[in-house]
Design a protein around this ligand. Structure first.
Ligand SMILES: [Zn+2]
Length: 40
């Protein structure tokens, strides 16, 4: 699983295959740089 570091608070957490996530610590929107899989 991909892991990212929040640029706002530095908290590191695991993310799914999504483009943008909300940091669980500070609620900042973080770009993961991951291309979401097309589920169509
Ligand atoms: Zn954060």
């Amino acid at each position: 699983m991909p892991k990212i570091n929040c640029p706002e608070c530095g908290f590191s957490f695991i993310v799914g295959m999504v483009e943008t996530v909300t940091c669980p610590m500070c609620s900042a929107e973080v770009q993961t740089g991951i291309e979401p899989e097309d589920a169509e």
